[in-house]
Write a new protein. Sequence first.
Length: 197
Amino acid sequence: MTHSAHEDQDFSALMGDVRPLRRSTNRANPGARRSRPTEAQLARRESAQAELAQDSFLSDDFVELLPPYDPVAFCRDGIQQGVVDRLRHGGYSVQSRLHLLRRPLAECRRMLPPFIHEAYAHDLRSILIVHGRGQEIDSPANVLRSYLAKWLAQFEEVQAYVSAQQADGGLGATWVMLRKSERAKAANRERQQKRRG
């Protein structure tokens, strides 16, 4: 393909007073020194690291994956079997619910502690955590479900947890029973004393 003299003139007219860049401005300088972070940048970095460290008691180290069709169950010593059975069969009302479906593991790890602590602070006892599971018969193990089983046992506030019944989410949800706060125990004692008196 050949260019005519007319096309060359048109191109020159369009380019007008455009000049090529000097060589030194067209290249990155790999020898340029980085500036040191400012005090504000260092403070923000420290704050972010401290925030992540607050939840560090929930380990994201290796966890043995639970088979997809095995229910989860945990109960601390001293918890009556009747309480666990009632929890397993959905015998308590849902006082609060946390949805973790399709969320990254790190986000779930950040969301769980404030949820548990806030529920406990408000004297809630029965909470439901929806985490999902594979729907197919040959689905792989759900990583979040496996970590959740490990994490929940690490909370002092958690007395027991079990996989939910089908109506509440089945193996894709976990019922959690929190222990009574000291305030709730005191209120119970006061009610019992009034009944006796």
